[in-house]
Write a protein that binds this ligand. Sequence first.
Ligand code: FPP
Length: 231
Amino acid sequence: MALIMDGNGRWAKQRGKERIFGHENGVEAVRDTVKAAVEIGVSYLTFFAFSTENWCRPDNEVNTLMQLLVDAIRNETPELNKNGVRLQAIGNLESLPHSCKKELMDAISLTSQNNKLIVNVALSYSARWEIANAARKIAEKVKNQEISPGDIDQDLFSNYLETGNIPDPDLLIRTSGELRISNFLLWQIAYSELYFTPVLWPDFRRKHFYQAILDYQKRERRFGKTTEQLP
Ligand code: FPP
């Protein structure tokens, strides 16, 4: 499953507070969603935490958000270990501030033996950046004659994406009522079911997560086939 956590700024504004207050309260929503996912046996959760485009936000918001991520990663690592959760990250991690990258790498290493749930955090991530990157890496391999153009198919291409070791999401949830994808996992969601909820991210709790899954369970996934062809 994948989640676009949206609406933190609006949630804070509704309360007459700075936007960062919404991000701070968004951490509790992440915590509750992760716990619920462990309890019901979800295998992968990918959170869109910071997009390539988010670097254009005011410096103050970017810096405070980075510090919040450092603190959240540090504080949550023991709980992740307790629940058997392995942390991974996708995105242009080189562009993160040193402290954020270090905290992230430490947590990734400290949780690397866990296997109940993989929590994948997208940081400084955008799907077009990822796809262009994959194309460049493949082009280099072709140039070095390590692969030939005829070898390039969908499976090979997928392996060069940031999510190489993670299956495509069955369900993508976006909070806050916005009906768009915002450059998230464009390749991977080709056949994902989409679920949009008006709930703002800081208010998102396990009951909303379960509602999304119940809605998903009612859908018929045909992958281009007809109903009659399905098993
Ligand atoms: C979008 O709301 C949210 C973000 C850009 C940041 C999300 C980050 C967190 C919740 C921090 C914790 C995350 C982890 C994985 C520990 P917005 O600011 O775009 O809200 P708006 O659309 O109402 O302005």
